[in-house]
Write a protein that binds this ligand. Structure first.
Ligand SMILES: NC(=O)c1ccc[n+]([C@@H]2O[C@H](COP(=O)([O-])OP(=O)(O)OC[C@H]3O[C@@H](n4cnc5c(N)ncnc54)[C@H](OP(=O)(O)O)[C@@H]3O)[C@@H](O)[C@H]2O)c1
Length: 353
């Protein structure tokens, strides 16, 4: 635990993920929000005027009167930068903060594939955070960039890690049913999504992320390099008319035939890497397994473990690949803002700030 609260800032603070940051950072035991940044449209306004607040919890009192600033190193002095910027803006802005000495914990996809950039889910690959030492040496900056995965990869990869540890995973077919908040605010027009399902989320790119990112996270840190997991993925991604909570239906081929009961036991018994177990945002439990035939459901299960727990259900035999299940994860909490905050806590705990 740090001796005093660490100053942090949120970039993209008015958006879908940014609002989650503002909410989750209220009364955080280690972090104190000193700046909220957004585009020129919002800069100069009070946060309560600039943000069209869409969360169920009220806007935290600390944020209401803060003046929104531009996402620039000239305007922000913070040790940790939480980035909820779109990729094209993050591309440019995030390295500027890392160069200026800040630890950037990013939701954007810009640097996820960087060979010296950790792509983290601390409960499964906390050891990958050590890559920042190599990143600092190779890029010559005192700050760093660490990333969290795409919100659809998140719950799927956590469930797969439990199965991979126990039995070895070879192949995965995944079909997503993704919530509207994953498209940001205001997101998908109501006349497009009501009475409808939209395949090929975000006009492409999402399926490639779900097929690539888990392989990096399930990979092994070897010296200064991640060796990608030797698992083949095939993904279909779909947007559905759910507000929060991404569901993924997965069929999995393991190295050996496994009874569903054994898979359930492996999922239930999975515990985090020791350095990620007792942080303020650690999921408790990491994985919850439901045995009802009709769970998990987004409305009923997305807030398990304050939105940080991965919920798995319908673990059963698959006649083609061997095993299948449904996994649910809160996309703007475990899949976005909560993920970056957890990553920042890991950096602090490992003495890497
Ligand atoms: N939503 C999810 O579930 C989810 C999950 C994982 C990752 N992500 C990623 O997180 C990032 C944010 O997504 P979102 O859904 O929160 O988007 P969003 O609702 O559209 O919010 C975008 C934010 O960026 C700000 N912004 C726009 N242009 C800017 C500029 N030139 N300079 C500084 N700030 C600027 C906006 O400010 P104004 O209000 O002033 O326009 C707003 O605060 C994206 O990279 C996304 O892929 C999202």
């Amino acid at each position: 635990m740090p001796l005093s609260q660490i100053p942090v800032a949120v970039l993209g603070a008015t958006g879908s993920v940014g609002q989650r940051f503002v909410s989750l950072l209220d009364n955080h035991p280690w972090f104190k929000v000193v700046a909220l940044a957004a585009s020129d449209r919002s800069a100069g306004q009070k946060y309560s005027q600039a943000a069209r607040w869409v969360l169920d919890d009220p806007m935290p009192a600390y944020a209401r009167d803060m003046l929104v600033v531009p996402a620039s190193t000239d305007c922000i002095d913070a040790k940790i930068i939480f980035s909820a910027l779109h990729t094209e803006i993050a591309n440019e802005v995030e390295p500027q903060f890392a160069q200026a000495g800040a630890a950037v914990c990013s939701n954007a996809s810009s640097y996820r594939r960087g060979i010296d950039v950790p792509l983290l889910l601390p409960e499964i690959n906390a050891d990958h955070v050590q890559l920042v030492k190599h990143q600092r040496a190779s890029r010559g900056w005192s700050g760093c960039i660490v990333t969290n995965p795409n919100c659809t990869s998140t719950g799927l990869t956590i469930a797969l890690k439990a199965l991979d540890n126990a039995f070895g995973v070879k192949q995965v077919i995944a079909v997503s049913l993704q919530a509207l908040s994953g498209a940001g605010y205001p997101g998908v027009p109501s006349l497009d999504i009501m009475d409808n399902i939209i395949p090929n989320v975000a006009n492409g790119g999402e399926e490639e992320k779900v097929e690539w990112e888990p392989r990096k996270m399930l990979g092994t840190l070897n010296e200064n390099k991640i060796e990608m997991a030797d698992i083949t993925f095939s993904a279909h991604t779909n947007r559905v008319a759910v507000i929060d909570g991404h569901t993924v239906c997965a069929s999995v081929k393991l190295e050996e035939a496994v009874e569903p009961e054994a898979a359930i036991q492996a999922l239930r018994e999975f515990t985090s890497h020791h350095s990620a177990r007792d942080l303020p945002s650690s999921p408790r439990p990491v994985i919850e397994v439901r045995e009802e035939a009709d769970r998990p459901q987004p409305r009923l299960d997305r807030l398990a473990g304050k939105g940080m727990t991965t919920v798995v259900g319908r673990v059963r035999r698959d006649p083609i690949l061997g095993l299948k299940f449904v996994v649910l994860s809160h996309n703007t909490i475990r899949g976005a803002a909560g993920a970056s905050i957890y990553n920042a806590e890991l950096l602090v705990n490992e003495g890497l700030l």
